[in-house]
Write a protein that binds this ligand. Structure first.
Ligand SMILES: [Zn+2]
Length: 222
């Protein structure tokens, strides 16, 4: 459990397997409120709530929950976290439909086990008033409505499962779990145009420095 950058926390202990690191991010807003990015597998809400207790934050101080995509290791605890915090929930409009289970997602990776209707649907370029302002970028490929969240002032990119950090190496998430890899490559190329210091991946990593140059050297190989 750690504050990995000022106001950016990761919550340990919610990994799908011991050698598969998973990062639910808890972000401090500009005032006294907080934002969560993704929620972990079913049951992970207990770890998130324990972490909030540890840092003396009331669950109701978490005002927003932003989802990167529909996979169950990201939304598995969404319903429980939304209930515990009473936060507003956000996802891209395509993912919002799949998270609700209408229609049921039949692509690679685990679909949500439980239908959930998010409060607010996002489109590409929307800004969410959270953590000093997060821009929602539609970065499809891993899933059809996959979204990355960018904090321009601090040059932070929360990239969900677009990228994966395998040891020290940045790669795209494996085709086995990806809806359409060529589209993910297009999204990666688009994200390579951003100025990024910390690349905050969901699995593996994160890369706290040189995120932008690392993404650019990856996309040059496509
Ligand atoms: Zn995924």
């Amino acid at each position: 459990m750690a504050e990995i950058l000022p106001g950016v926390h990761t919550i340990d202990g919610i990994d799908p397997s011991p050698d598969f690191s998973t990062h639910v991010y808890l972000l401090k807003d500009k005032g006294s409120t907080w934002t969560l990015i993704d929620t972990g597998l079913p049951g992970a809400h207990e770890k998130v709530e324990a972490y909030l207790t540890k840092i003396h934050v009331e669950p109701t101080a978490v005002k927003k929950i932003l989802i990167t995509h529909l996979h169950n290791d990201h939304v598995g605890s969404l319903k429980r976290m939304a209930k515990a915090t009473a936060a507003r929930t956000f996802a891209h409009w395509i993912e919002a439909a799949y998270i609700a289970g209408v229609p049921k997602y039949d692509g690679p990776g685990s679909p949500p086990t439980d239908g959930f209707r998010v409060d607010e649907v996002l489109k590409d370029g929307d800004t969410v008033d959270a953590a000093g302002g997060l821009v929602a970028y539609h970065t499809p490929g891993h899933t059809p409505g996959h979204t990355s969240y960018y904090q321009p002032e601090r040059k932070l990119l929360f990239s969900g499962d677009l990228f994966f950090v395998d040891g020290e190496r940045l790669v795209l998430t494996t085709p086995e779990y990806t809806h359409h890899t060529p589209t993910a490559q297009i999204s990666a190329r688009r994200m390579s145009q951003l100025s990024v210091d910390a690349l905050l991946t969901y699995h593996g990593g994160p890369l706290l420095k040189n995120g932008g140059p690392t993404v650019r050297s990856l996309v040059e190989k496509f």
